[in-house]
Design a protein around this ligand. Structure first.
Ligand SMILES: [Zn+2]
Length: 91
C-alpha cells in the first residue's frame, strides 16, 4: 500500500490545491503562492513571463528566485509556522 501525497515544494505541507510557482517549476501550496506575490522579485518575474509568452515561449520555466526572494519566502514560512503551528511538525 503506497499512497503518494504531493507536498509543497517550499514548505512541505500536503497539497490540497497545487499551484505552479510563478518563479520556477515548483508546485506549491496556496499560502506559499500568496507569499510569492509579495516577494521582491515578483513584478520582474511576472514581466519576464509576460514577455516570454509574447515571444511565443509558452514553456517559459520562470525567471527564477533571486537570493532576496528566497530570503523573503523563508522568512514568510517561518512567520507562518510561528503564528499557525502545523498539525504535522516538520523535523
Ligand atoms: Zn507551501
Amino acid at each position: 500500500m503506497s499512497t503518494h501525497t504531493p507536498t509543497c515544494c517550499r514548505c512541505g505541507v500536503k497539497l490540497t490545491t497545487s499551484i505552479a510557482s510563478f518563479f520556477n517549476l515548483d508546485i506549491i501550496c496556496a499560502p506559499c503562492a500568496m507569499d510569492e506575490r509579495q516577494a521582491p522579485g515578483y513584478q520582474a518575474a511576472h514581466d519576464a513571463e509576460v514577455s516570454a509568452i509574447k515571444n511565443g515561449n509558452f514553456n517559459f520555466p520562470g525567471a527564477g528566485l533571486s537570493p532576496e526572494d528566497i530570503a523573503f519566502l523563508a522568512w514568510r514560512r517561518a512567520e507562518r509556522k510561528a503564528t499557525n503551528p502545523p498539525a504535522i511538525v516538520a523535523r
